[in-house]
Design a protein around this ligand. Structure first.
Ligand code: NAP
Length: 267
């Protein structure tokens, strides 16, 4: 892992929601590339197991319990890490939740918990890390967005609203902080198999639809997202900020339709 263009070695990298799924995979790739990784979530037991499993590089992976829905907890976490380690080079804002139902059925508590985690939580974690990055005049913030950002899927409206906010927040922070050396970008995953989605995609009808409508003809794996995160944290993306990188097997590129295109001999 010595390629200086893509190196993240010795960077201090905080991954919120790093105990499972997408966050865990991203944290593992940073650790493997010798970054100093700290994973966070609400559950100490899951975090401890993940930290042990992911400690494959130069620095052991550390963990801290932090509920991103509590902005004071995020501020305290970042302040204590900055005091201990001297800097925060990269924040990967992954923590997120979803509740699937018809728009008319959401309770206020469900709406609030989704928005308070996915959008308010992400904003205040970015603010806390951003304050430290502004002081050190460098840093990269990577927000996990969604393909719901531009066109909401049916049955996940508060989630889609939160992710549209993440796109706006990404552009807004990039515009404000660029002159101080702080870059802010997002990754918008497509359909990725994790705890959040596994039940949904185990339905054969859903699986067939997902495979058929994704140009790359398969659902995504968590490992499909790690390269983009490394890229956005490294020198390779030094002139890139305020962007949403879609990593979705091409699903946002266009809609398939059952038009007859005649001869398909080339297939
Ligand atoms: P996941 O497997 O359910 O993992 C979610 C992670 O976030 C866990 O580590 C969880 O740990 C943590 N978390 C949840 N609420 C939290 C809170 N309030 N404070 C701190 N940590 C919290 O989900 P995933 O599929 O990897 O999703 C991760 C992110 O990717 C989410 O933002 C999601 O919207 C986004 N995304 C996923 C997909 C997909 O298809 N899977 C597609 C597009 C975008 P605890 O529950 O133990 O706290």
């Amino acid at each position: 892992m010595t390629d200086p263009l893509f190196s993240v070695a010795d960077q201090v990298v905080v991954v919120s929601g790093g105990s499972r799924g997408i966050g865990k995979a991203i944290a593992g790739e940073f650790a493997r590339r010798d970054a100093r990784v700290i994973i966070t979530s609400r559950n100490a037991e899951t975090l401890a197991a993940a930290a042990t499993e992911l400690s494959t590089g130069k620095h052991p992976v550390a963990f801290r319990v932090c509920d991103v829905a509590d902005p004071d907890a995020s501020a305290a976490l970042i302040a204590s890490l900055a005091a201990d380690l001297g800097r925060i080079d990269t924040l990967v804002n992954v923590a997120g939740i979803n509740v699937r139902k018809r728009a008319e059925a959401y309770t206020v508590a469900e709406y609030d918990s989704i928005l308070n985690t996915n959008l308010r939580g992400l904003f205040f974690m970015a603010q806390a890390a951003g304050k430290q990055m502004l002081r050190q005049k460098s840093g990269s913030i990577i927000n996990i967005d969604s393909l719901n950002t531009n066109s909401p899927l049916r049955g996940v409206l508060p989630y889609a609203i939160s992710k549209a906010g993440v796109s706006m927040l990404t552009r807004g922070l990039a515009a404000e902080w660029g002159e101080y050396g702080v870059r802010v970008n997002a990754i918008a995953p497509g359909f990725i198999l994790t705890d959040l989605t596994r039940k949904l995609w185990s339905d054969p009808t859903m699986q067939a639809w997902g495979n058929e409508n994704t140009p790359l003809k398969r659902l995504g794996e968590v490992g499909d997202l790690t390269g983009s995160a490394i890229y956005l944290a490294s020198k390779a993306s030094a002139y890139m900020t305020g962007q949403v990188l879609y990593v979705d097997g091409g699903i946002s590129a266009g809609t398939r339709w059952p038009i007859d295109l005649g001869n398909t001999d080339h297939r």
